[in-house]
Structure formats: structure tokens, C-alpha cells
Ligand binder design. Structure first.
Ligand code: SAJ
Length: 406
């Protein structure tokens, strides 16, 4: 259930392991695309895998749910306006599952959810719809995905996996399924612990990125922050992450909010710190304009990179998008250059056109191809006193720019 970033690769991998898999999604456009082996996700190797499993008929896709032995739910859990989990997609999917389950079936939830959701809400809906009892009549587990976009297929197989069961038999049933393709260690626990583990992982990353961002802000005047981090990380028990223009993607800036309550000041502050980074970068830019005696109003600014991180085409929660809003308020002429992303606001796919007569460039995403940019050529395309802000530390030894960064 749910043929997105996690559901589709999971369905495809299971289909290569001898299971007869039916992929179900409410979006008929997406279903038709997948039937024709077209992907809306740009993930290395997934196109080849999808063709193979569709052609072998081990994976069929449709909008209607069918009876099955195992149901795996991989639907989104966005954040609502009150910074709480929006469980409407989970509720819907589970309602459909509840109408189909029979005695002895297994239900697995993979979506990121607040602790207690599986044994509370999910179990209740399944029991109400099916008139069956759990535990007893059917098995129920929570097993979160842990895959890194950009390296998804490899991580799906190689990563360790946590499975939380409503009871031990449920966890073992799910282990039978995942052990068909997971090469990492499989840890069995209860559902609430597994839900908490997933949120701890993304929170750990959010807090540590926030710390790196905080260091970059504090050290900005006299310290080469990248060098400082590199040296500090030689300590055997220190591993500081990289500061950047802010944290994007559909997980790290959002999921940790599921843990925030009156006892969690640190998580909240970390999330706010990361959220403030695009604004901080715009402030840096403004200060450099002042230094260069240039007016930011009506200036042309190139934002290099639209996606939330390197080498992916995903723009969800991207710092670029947030910076566009700030710079537009200052009446700047914003252009976004990204060779990987196909659609975003102010996108210019032509490199020369993007930089022609620009006053400033802000490096937001560190796509690998950006390492090959000829900055001397860029300088010639840009107006006098060109400004360069590098938030990803990808430009080395380039002269002729008034620059700032970390
Ligand atoms: N970032 C930094 N500095 C760093 C590392 C990352 O600024 O040192 C930024 C990135 O540029 C990006 C954001 O953080 O904007 C998030 O990127 P990411 O690569 O850390 O994570 P995601 O969102 O692509 O995937 C994460 C992963 N979770 C963890 O690493 C704990 C992945 O394993 C999860 O499956 C995924 O969230 C998810 O779906 O929950």
C-alpha cells in the first residue's frame, strides 16, 4: 500500500525474491506510469529493477486492494499545521486493509509514526473493519524504512532492520518476510520501541546537523570551520556533521516534531536552528552586498542547486525554496540553476543564461557536477564585483569574487 519512495522499491525487491506482489496506490496516474515502467522517482538502478519485475509479472500494480497473506503499508505521514503527525493517509490505507484481512494474515506498517500508533490507532481500525482480534486472529508489526535517498536500493538490502511486533509471533512472521532480502541484522522488539527508534534516528541527525550549523554561525569571523571540524573529528569519540544552508527532505526537518512535547526543548531548538539557516544565508548575502557597496534590491542572484541535497532531484523542504521567498521579498531577481531537477520556481537550465549579468551566486546544493564548474568563466559572465556565498564548501582557491561561506 503506497507506491512512493519506499513502497515501490520494497515491492520491486520482494518481487525478485519469489513473492507474488501487488502494488496498490490511490493515484491512478502513478499506477499507470509504473505499469509502463515509468518512474517519478530518480533512484539509481530502480528503472532496471522495475522493468524486470513488471515483465516477469511478479509485480502487478493497481488502485484496488486485494486479499493477501501480507499487507505492507508505506504511505506518507506529513506534518500538519500544529506540527503534529497527519495520520490521515495511514488511517485510510489501514481501513482498506481491514476490509480485506483474514485470520492468519500479517500487517506491517512502515510509515514514520508517533510512538503508540501501531498498537493503538492502527490495531483499532483493523479490528473494527475486520471484526477480528489482534493478537490472536491476525499478526501486526511496525518496521520502519531506513533507506537514504540516492542510495536506496543498496540500503534497503544492506541496512540493519528493526521489527516491532504486537507480540513475539508477529515479529517473527515479519522477520520471515524481511529476511528474504535484508542482509543486515534484524532486531526484534515491540511496536512502540520500534516506532521510537525510527524517530530517535532522524532526531539524532537533525540535532547533530543543528550543532554543526550552530558552530558555523559562532565561528564565522575568525575560524575556518571546515578545518576545525576536520581536526575535531580526529578525536576518537567526536563526529561533527557538516554545516549547510539548512535541512531539507521529507524526513529530518519534519519527523523529529513527532517527539516534541513539553519535555523536549533541545529537539525543538535544533529544528528551529536548522529552519533558520536559509534566512541566515540570506543575511550573509546581504552583508556581503554591503561590503561590495552593491544594492541587493533589483540585483540578479543565482541560487546554485534546487534539490534538498546532492545528486537527487527531490526539492521537498529544500533550503533553495525558502531562500527564494526571502530574496523575492527584497525584490531580487532570482534564478535557480540545477542540472538534475526538472521543475522548480525560477529554474534556468541554461548555464550561460543563468549566470549572465548576475550579481551574486549562492551555492545551496553540492551536486557532484558542480565540482567541475569553471569559476573563472562564471566570473566573466557575471557583473563587476561578483559575490559568491558557498554554504557547502565546494569552491577552492578561486579569486576575483567577494566571497563568504562556511
Ligand atoms: N545535511 C547537512 N549536513 C550534514 C548532513 C546532511 O546539512 O552533515 C542536510 C542535507 O543537505 C539535507 C538534510 O540534511 O538537506 C537531510 O539529508 P540526509 O542525507 O541527512 O537525510 P535524508 O532526509 O535524505 O534521509 C534520512 C536518513 N536518516 C538518517 O540518516 C538518520 C535516512 O536513513 C532515512 O531513511 C530518511 O531520512 C527517512 O526516510 O526517514
Amino acid at each position: 500500500m503506497g507506491l512512493g519512495y519506499v513502497g515501490l522499491p520494497t515491492a520491486a525487491i520482494l518481487a525478485t525474491r519469489g513473492f507474488s506482489v501487488v502494488g496498490v496506490d490511490v493515484d491512478d496516474k502513478k499506477v499507470n506510469q509504473i505499469k509502463n515502467c515509468k518512474l517519478s522517482i530518480n533512484e539509481a538502478g530502480l528503472d532496471v529493477l522495475l522493468k524486470a519485475v513488471i515483465n516477469s509479472k511478479n509485480l502487478t500494480v493497481q488502485t484496488d486492494i486485494v486479499e493477501a497473506d501480507v499487507f505492507i503499508v508505506c504511505v506518507p505521514t506529513p506534518l500538519n499545521k500544529n506540527k503534529k503527525a497527519d495520520l490521515s493517509f495511514v488511517k485510510n490505507a489501514v481501513r482498506y486493509v481491514g476490509k480485506k484481512i483474514m485470520k492468519g494474515n500479517l500487517v506491517i506498517l512502515e510509515s514514520t509514526v508517533p510512538p503508540g500508533t501501531t498498537k493503538g490507532l492502527v490495531r483499532k481500525i483493523l479490528e473494527n473493519e475486520s471484526k477480528l482480534k489482534c493478537p490472536g486472529d491476525f499478526y501486526l508489526t511496525y518496521s520502519p524504512e531506513r533507506v537514504l535517498p540516492g542510495n536506496l536500493l543498496r540500503e534497503l538490502v544492506k541496512n540493519n532492520r528493526v521489527i516491532g511486533g504486537i507480540d513475539v509471533d508477529s515479529a517473527k512472521k515479519a522477520e520471515d518476510i524481511y529476511s528474504s532480502f535484508v542482509e543486515g541484522e534484524i532486531c526484534l522488539t515491540d511496536t512502540v520501541t520500534a516506532e521510537f527508534v525510527k524517530l530517535m534516528e532522524n532526531t539524532y541527525r537533525a540535532v547533530n546537523i543543528a550543532l554543526a550549523n550552530e558552530f558555523a554561525k559562532i565561528g564565522k569571523h575568525d575560524i575556518n570551520i571546515r578545518e576545525a571540524i576536520e581536526i575535531a573529528n580526529k578525536h576518537p569519540r567526536v563526529n561533527i556533521l557538516n554545516p549547510g544552508p539548512g535541512v531539507g527532505g521529507h524526513c529530518i526537518p519534519l519527523d523529529p516534531w513527532f517527539l516534541v512535547d513539553e519535555n523536549s526543548e533541545l529537539i525543538k531548538i535544533a529544528l528551529e536552528t536548522n529552519k533558520g539557516m536559509p534566512g541566515y544565508v540570506c543575511k550573509l548575502l546581504e552583508n556581503v552586498f554591503k561590503k561590495a557597496k552593491k544594492k541587493i534590491k533589483n540585483s540578479k542572484i543565482v541560487l546554485l542547486g534546487a534539490s534538498y541535497k546532492k545528486d537527487v532531484d527531490d526539492i521537498r523542504e529544500s533550503p533553495t525554496d525558502k531562500m527564494i521567498n526571502v530574496l523575492k521579498k527584497k525584490e531580487c531577481n532570482v534564478v535557480v540553476y540545477d542540472p538534475i531537477v526538472e521543475h522548480c520556481r525560477y529554474l534556468e537550465k541554461n548555464f550561460e543564461k543563468a549566470f549572465k549579468n548576475a550579481d551574486a551566486c549562492v551555492i545551496v546544493t553540492d551536486h557532484s557536477v558542480f565540482k567541475n564548474i569553471d569559476w573563472n568563466k562564471v566570473k566573466k559572465l557575471m557583473n563587476n564585483n561578483p559575490v559568491l556565498i558557498d554554504t557547502r564548501n565546494i569552491v577552492k582557491d578561486v579569486k576575483g569574487f567577494i566571497s563568504e561561506g562556511y
